[in-house]
Write a protein that binds this ligand. Structure first.
Ligand SMILES: [Cu+2]
Length: 189
């Protein structure tokens, strides 16, 4: 092996070693507490990494790929780590994404069946901690998915405004591209 002269840095006393170990264990406990408290979310839905991209690419406002031309505009540019909710813009109708929506079986969109007048603006308010979308269509395999309306990813605690000026009267199923079991219906009159 090496001589003591070459590796002085690993020399320590049992007391210092115990102290260091205590710090490491303490950090692991903190990590475990955080992981356990978020466990349901983490195991319920492993979101495709592609859907998480926008969160780490905020400097580039143009989304790369996705679900057709996004009709939505967002005021929530700065996500940061600030838990303070941003002021919501006024809209004609509010579609809330309830906390816990990411877990299959939980109530998700509120209301599931939303009726608006053509031209109304819809504030899509994500009260959950997870990213969600409101995307027209029956699912990812639906050829029309995202073509009529699509918020694209709304990160937890954020919101987007959907315009309906280009949506003809009719009933349109919508879903969440991250959690396809989240479904609803938008009726435009
Ligand atoms: Cu979702």
């Amino acid at each position: 092996m090496t001589t003591d002269d070459e590796t002085p840095i690993i020399r320590t006393t049992p007391k210092r070693l115990a102290k260091g170990l205590a710090i490491v264990v303490g950090i692991m406990i903190v990590g475990a507490v955080i992981a356990i408290s978020q466990w349901d979310y983490m195991v319920s839905v492993p979101p495709p990494s592609s859907t998480l991209k926008p969160k780490f690419d905020l400097s580039n406002p143009s989304p790369s790929g996705g679900h057709g031309a996004p009709v939505a505009s967002s005021e929530a540019v700065s996500t940061g780590e600030s838990p303070a909710p941003a002021a919501r813009p006024t809209a004609d109708v509010t579609l809330t994404i309830l906390e816990g929506s990411a877990i299959q079986g939980n109530p998700d969109y509120d209301p599931d069946e939303l009726t608006v007048q053509k031209g109304n603006t819809i504030l899509v308010d994500n009260l959950d901690l997870m990213p969600h979308t409101v995307t027209n269509g029956e699912g990812a395999s639906d050829a029309t998915s995202g073509q009529l309306f699509d918020t694209s990813i709304i990160n937890g605690g954020e919101f987007k405004v959907l315009e309906t000026t280009n949506v003809d009267a009719g009933s349109y199923p919508y879903y969440c591209t991250v959690h396809p079991y989240m479904t609803g219906t938008l009726t435009v009159e």
